[in-house]
Design a protein around this ligand. Structure first.
Ligand SMILES: [Zn+2]
Length: 106
């Protein structure tokens, strides 16, 4: 009988330890997610400011843009400096792209 009670106490201790660990992890994950999202927002703001400042004056490449879901958007002009989409290629540029390099960007 005494042994049974001791075992029960051990199980209760393990359970409460696990619960503390779980709630600690939840809080950690939640805080880290907030930190990362905040960092992404700050970096996105800096990225769009840099893109606005760029004059896209130092050349560009033609690249096939593919979305994260794998669907193709098409050929676009990509600025060499800021790596931003700056327009559509001419039909000559499209033909050149088909014959030469096929830089695929996401
Ligand atoms: Zn640019």
């Amino acid at each position: 009988m005494q042994t049974y009670i001791e075992e029960e106490e051990d199980i209760n201790n393990i359970d409460s330890n696990n619960l503390e660990l779980l709630s600690y992890d939840k809080e950690n994950i939640s805080n880290r997610v907030k930190e990362i999202k905040n960092s992404i927002a700050i970096l996105n703001k800096e990225l769009s400011e840099l893109t606005l400042d760029c004059r896209h004056s130092d050349g560009y490449n033609i690249k096939l843009i593919i979305k994260n879901d794998g669907s193709r958007v098409g050929l676009r002009k990509i600025c060499d400096i800021c790596d931003n989409i700056i327009g559509y290629p001419t039909s000559n540029e499209k033909n050149e792209w088909c014959n030469d390099g096929k830089d695929i960007d996401k």
